[in-house]
Design a protein around this ligand. Structure first.
Ligand SMILES: Nc1ncnc2c1ncn2[C@@H]1O[C@H](COP(=O)(O)OP(=O)(O)O)[C@@H](O)[C@H]1O
Ligand SMILES: [Mg+2]
Length: 313
């Protein structure tokens, strides 16, 4: 539904986005993840047709964003980092105004605004002046204008930025509800957001794509992937000795030890699954296991490793 080809944007001598290419299919919630200044907003603005690329192209449902911006933009709902809101309008008045701008008249205009109000749970504030809204309701009003024409593509630039945890949860649930019918691209620098709602993540660093995959696949690149954490109700000595001798095991560390309990971290060779070998050893020695956990990898660590050069800058 979206094809981005060799997209590039220079601001003067500075290249903000460099050779970014990807395709996105329906049902995808793509997390566009990167540190501040990585080029997320610039890329999203080019996809939305609000910024001309220096090079490259974007098509949305077959419409070239540069050649035919009106047709492309009809397919897109865009929530910018800072949506221009008309502060002295009510929520309802603003959304009816937006409906009119998008070409709806009469009953359809009212119905479009009402639908957006319902979808974004704005009923309780529909007659309130925008200037007086809390941050959470403001963000939902921004989201409401983005989805008003029920576009198949949603571009949301940091949709939960500045919200408290409850408000974040509400916005994430709204996004999740819309996900199966649409393509949604969410830019964020918040890892937990990616884990909570995205089924694909592109990591962008210094204007370039440095990783692209499912959150689970990216987590597998973590050096902790497939580590086994084992707690025993016994001293560590015999277990460390037996586990270290296993072919699959790279190293065994004692994380904590008291008189009759211990916690071990078992690192596999080449991050291969080691749990089966550990369980076999546990069973054959009859160790008193009190806790057992396999590490699924940590997105935060992968993110830091991949974007490290930018952090240092
Ligand atoms: N209009 C602009 N003029 C000049 N530089 C810009 C402009 N917009 C963005 N930049 C620069 O481009 C880089 C990427 O910015 P941006 O896309 O906003 O990053 P992100 O959204 O990932 O934080 C930054 O270095 C930023 O300062
Ligand atoms: Mg940004």
């Amino acid at each position: 539904m979206i094809t981005v080809t060799a997209l590039k944007k220079n601001f003067g001598a500075r290249t903000a986005v460099n050779q970014v290419s990807f395709e996105v299919e329906k049902g995808t919630v793509l997390g566009f993840l990167g540190p501040n200044g990585a080029g997320k907003t610039t890329t999203i603005r080019m996809i939305a047709g609000f910024l001309m690329p220096t090079e490259g192209s974007v098509t949305v449902l077959g419409h070239d964003v540069q050649a035919d911006p009106v047709s492309a933009q009809r397919q897109i709902g865009y929530m910018p980092e800072r949506t221009p809101l008309y502060e002295d309008m009510t929520v309802e008045g603003f959304l009816r105004f937006i409906a009119e701008v998008r070409g709806y008249r009469g009953a359809e205009r009212t119905e479009r605004a009402d639908q957006a109000i319902r979808a974004c749970m704005l009923d309780s504030v529909r007659h309130q002046v925008i200037d007086t809204l809390s941050k959470g309701y403001r963000q939902r009003t921004c989201l409401a204008q983005a989805i008003l024409h029920d576009p198949p593509v949603l571009l949301l630039d940091e949709p939960t930025e500045g919200l408290d945890p409850n408000q974040k949860q509400v916005v994430r649930e709204m996004i999740a509800r819309m996900a199966s019918e649409k393509v949604i691209i969410i830019s964020t620098h918040v890892l937990e957001e990616v884990e909570a709602i995205c089924n694909r993540v592109i990591i962008i660093s210094n204007g370039s794509v440095v990783a692209d995959g499912t959150p689970a696949a990216l987590k597998q690149r973590s050096k902790h992937y497939n580590e086994v954490h084992l707690s025993l109700g016994s001293a560590s000595g015999p277990a460390v000795k037996a586990l270290s001798a296993l072919d699959e095991v790279q190293r065994v560390e004692v994380v904590a030890e008291r008189d009759t309990t211990c916690e071990l971290r078992i690192t596999p060779k080449q991050q291969a699954p080691v749990i089966a070998a550990v369980l076999k050893a546990v069973a054959s020695h009859g160790w008193p296991v009190t806790n057992l956990k396999v590490d699924g990898g940590r997105l935060e660590e992968v993110f830091r490793q991949i974007t490290r050069t930018e952090d240092a800058a």
